[in-house]
Design a protein around this ligand. Sequence first.
Ligand SMILES: *Cc1c(COP(=O)(O)O)cnc(C)c1O
Length: 505
Amino acid sequence: MIYVRIINTLTKQRVIFASLKSVQNKNMKKNNATLQLSKEEMRLYGYKVVDAIVEHFDNQDKKLPVSKGTRKEMDHLFLEEAPENAMNATAVLDFVLKEVVTKSTIVSHPKAFSFVPGPSNYISAMADTLATGFNIFSGGWAASPAAAELEVVTLNWLLKIFGFPVKKGGGIFTSGGSMANLTAIVTARKIKCGDDFSKAVIYLSDQAHSSNIKAIRVLGFKKEQIRIIPTNLEFKFSLNKLKNAIARDRLGGLKPFCLIATAGTTNTGTVDPLSEIAAICKKENIWFHIDGAYGGAAILSKDGKKMLKGIEKADSLTVDPHKWFFQPYEMGCLLVRNINHLKGTFTETPEYLKDVEGNKSEINFYDHGVQLTRRFRALKFYMSIKTFGLGEFRKAITYNIKLAEEVEECLRNSPQWEVISPATLAVINFRYNPIDENLNEKKLDALNQYISEQVVASQEALLVTTILHGQTVLRMCLINPRTTMEDIKETFALCNKIAETQKPF
Ligand SMILES: *Cc1c(COP(=O)(O)O)cnc(C)c1O
């Protein structure tokens, strides 16, 4: 009897255990140390992923753009030890679709006005999927000649668009604008200073993007080697102050070697006086780097092209396709007037790469920048431009610039709103400022801060403040081609409603 009971219990347990296992590993091979799925499993899994992405592209405009979550809430949802045993593949995917991708701000939402939106596009998203799916190594020619060629081809498109010499010039796709700026400053230093940069001085304006300072610090420059030149009332590089600073440094026995101008500041869209700065750099033998990470793409529109005149005079230029060229993250780009400058800075050939060096025309992009192993970034740029045509990109960018101008018009016609910095390259800064004697500057700052906080708290729109000339102002960056005047009017209505609740101010 007892014997039979034990057998029964054991069998039962085994059955339960086996059935649990089969639920857990329903779609997985038992022994899966090769990390593979069957063809059918991959297919079903992939379809589910594509369906989710398509659903997002189709439906994102109707979702709330702002996501929130405290560390505590996220820990509660996700914190766990790395699981030693397999889980059901679909269950993991379902969990990610439900809890992970839903908890980030939709930067491609028509009401995501802040920082720099990332409108993206479906073709490029799929191109990235292909590049990852085939795990294409984009370091050297020998490994992937077509990937290298497409990087050459798309860089040539950009060189031509920006008026750089296509034959002598070149570039590299990077993770983003920060990496492009870093790559440019290393190159400038190598070409202008060689290995001794103890006396080198670099110039940038107080509106230059923080990634430049970060790069300068990463490169080991001391504080005394950095000159931050004040901007004028229009937020442009003050040329007199710049010239004085250079003269003073020369007198002090220092070596001015690089100047960073901005073509479209992130704050206000302002373009520095590029041609004048180019002339100063030429005269002074200073490397002229332009940070066009935000505004560079505007060259595809007629008005933008006029504003960016002089951009073609730079020694190096950062543009950021994952901003206004509508590419998904990550994709930045550095263009240089003379490709030998990049090669001269980054070529290091260790023994094990000797065999793959190839002939000179066969470009190894690991010689153009910091990374050896690189993902195939050029593919998304290539496929999206081919699919939509450059003309549609021009139209989208032209629309964005005009939309910001329309918003400015609308604000100027509303008595409670004040334009602080006019629409420039699709950026506009403004503040709520009704005629009310109770409102002083301090109260106005607090009121605009409050409006922004409440808009974000409502999750209806992403609209945050920046500081201009010491004032707290609201900033809209309108590079999403799906943003309409209707989206903007709804957002202003929301702001007005929030402000009304604060009365009397
Ligand atoms: C966004 C931006 C950068 C940094 O680029 P990332 O792609 O975020 O690394 C640099 N400069 C300017 C002007 C920018 O707007």
